[in-house]
Design a protein around this ligand. Structure first.
Ligand code: 6CM
Length: 272
């Protein structure tokens, strides 16, 4: 097991893992890679914000949540970035739980229903979700593709100064990317359709480093979870209702979901 250092702030070249003829595939590739790059930028370095424009709105131990206040056509579409570091789980395990529809209701509590409407390939699904109604606004639904992939350390290459930041290269990185898709054919069931771009990017570090993978125990696993979300509510919602909801629900989600993963895997073999 070779652990190196790299500059995590440089753009990344990532080799596509598989080919697929589905018409959505070029978008899946592009958005997933964009989200990987965006997630791994430190909050101070996000170019679209002019740098350092994130507002820290919640903090608890290792967990930090930031937002930028953005309104489009009068609708709150605040980008959110949540960063948490947990021990005892791998990037693969955390992303697997976030991706897998089979366990969605074990940790997700904003949903009334979820249906897989298309299997693009084993790593890519299209889902229709109906979210719990929030008073006093119309109920929302979403239709989005969801894609999971592993980014090997070898496929993460920097353009220059690979060791300049002195950060340890993760053992591996996994990402799940969810992105809305236009599907007017899917019945809204009386809901207003929201649009979302969501990613969960997980960086696994082996700490302390070991010479042989066989020596790794759960005590060596340090997983940095970076969750990014931008939701367009798609129709009228009072700004204060939405911002209050996000401020309350996102920290709860980050804590609940990460603890769910830790508890689930604590006595199981490690899935690197
Ligand atoms: O990312 C999360 N869950 C994924 C799997 O379900 C998926 C869903 C994203 C939707 C996020 C919606 C957030 C707001 C939900 C409130 C209920 C709707 C009211 C709308 C009023 C306009 O990516 C975890 C989502 C955690 C949310 C706290």
């Amino acid at each position: 097991l070779k652990l190196q250092t790299m500059n995590l702030d440089e753009p990344l070249d990532v080799i596509p893992l598989e080919r697929c003829d589905h018409p959505l595939w070029p978008e899946v590739e592009r958005v997933t890679m964009d989200q990987l790059y965006y997630a791994r930028l430190e909050v101070e370095d996000t170019p679209s914000s002019g740098g350092g424009n994130w507002e820290l709105f919640a903090q608890d131990g290792q967990m930090r949540l930031y937002k930028r206040e953005v309104e489009i056509d009068g609708l709150v579409c605040d980008p959110l970035k949540a960063v948490h570091t947990v021990t005892g789980v791998t990037a693969h395990e955390v992303c697997h739980q976030f991706f897998s529809p089979d366990v969605r209701f074990d940790w997700e509590n904003t949903l009334d229903s979820m249906k897989v409407v298309e299997n693009i390939n084993p790593n890519t699904l299209v889902l229709h979700q109906i979210h719990k109604r929030v008073w006093p606004v119309a109920q929302r639904d979403t239709v989005f593709w969801s894609h999971i992939r592993k980014i090997d350390a070898d496929t993460l290459r920097t353009k220059s100064h690979p060791n300049s930041s002195g950060k340890m290269l993760p053992y591996n990185v996994w990402i799940v990317c969810n992105n809305s898709v236009d599907r007017p054919d899917i019945d809204r069931a009386g809901c207003q359709r929201m649009r979302l771009v969501v990613s969960m990017c997980c960086e696994l570090t082996i700490d302390p480093p070991v010479d042989d993978v066989a020596q790794i125990t759960r005590d060596h696993l340090r997983c940095r979870i970076i969750y990014c979300s931008t939701i367009n509510p798609g129709g009228w919602v009072p700004a204060s209702v939405l911002r209050t909801l996000y401020k309350r629900e996102y920290p709860k989600f980050m804590k609940r979901f990460s603890q769910y993963c830790i508890d689930l895997y604590k006595d199981k073999p490690i899935m690197l």
